[in-house]
Design a protein around this ligand. Structure first.
Ligand code: SF4
Length: 236
């Protein structure tokens, strides 16, 4: 990197892989409510009781793993600059991210569904979604920290196919072309669905020419304001 006006300018050639990490998840109730589609409403006592029973089990079953690779735009594989989400087309670096909680929770959720245990199925499924979302938030913050340590800004994460990013699902191939997904047991299917199901992928822009995002993941910008999954964390 060189320094201009006190700011570090990334060199055209650089690549760094953040070490894969495992995490103990908190599984905050408010986040799980979001995936139970409660919006702002309060769940019933029976749901809350079941949630408190299943939360520690979900923590045990989760196998959280995450990895990220940061590289200069020129070093990214299978990428044309127009493929990037519009807000990060001036970024000098790209951070690809992949997070999974493994397949045990989804297997147990399917067993519950096949047994007709609908409430347990619904809650465990929501816990799995909250778990991978929490993991993604942690990886995003690691990338924020990495960027800050270099004196650079980082954008929010853009997930292929997500309404907030207007980044087409087909871009999933670019994320997978730039990450060793097999290291954490993740496979991309021909229809662009990921396995295990509770897996999320994303791309962030990093550099001196883009503004710093307030939060790594937010639904800010998505027009679906009535979406029950909507998440817009408060600015710090
Ligand atoms: S509001 Fe709903 S559809 Fe839009 S990005 Fe958020 S979760 Fe996705």
């Amino acid at each position: 990197m060189s320094v201009l006006d006190g700011r570090k300018i990334p060199s055209a050639s650089m690549s760094e892989t953040l070490s894969p990490f495992r995490a103990t998840l908190t599984l905050d109730q408010e986040q799980v409510f979001r995936y139970l589609e409660y919006g702002g409403a309060s769940p019933s006592k029976s749901v809350l009781k079941k949630l408190s029973q299943l939360t520690p089990k979900a923590r045990e079953m989760a196998q959280p793993q995450a990895l990220s690779r940061i590289c200069s735009v020129g070093e990214a594989a299978d990428l044309h600059k127009n493929d990037l989400p519009r807000p990060i087309q001036r970024a000098e670096l790209l951070a690809f991210g992949l997070c999974t909680i493994g397949s045990i929770i989804e297997q147990e959720a399917k067993r519950l569904r096949d047994n007709g245990e609908w409430l347990d199925w619904m809650i465990l499924n929501a816990l799995g979604s909250a778990a991978v979302s929490e993991l993604c938030g942690r990886l995003g913050k690691r990338i924020f920290d990495w960027a800050a340590a270099q004196g650079l800004n980082a954008s929010r994460g853009f997930e292929p196919g997500s309404g907030a990013g207007h980044w087409p699902l087909e871009r999933q191939r670019i994320v997978f072309a730039n990450l060793p997904a097999e290291e954490i047991g993740v496979v991309l299917g021909p229809q662009l669905s990921m396995w295990p199901e509770k897996t999320l992928s994303f791309l962030m822009g990093v550099g001196a020419r883009i503004p710093q995002a307030d939060h790594p993941f937010s639904c800010q910008g998505c027009k679906r304001i009535d979406c029950v999954y909507r998440y817009e964390p408060a600015k710090h």
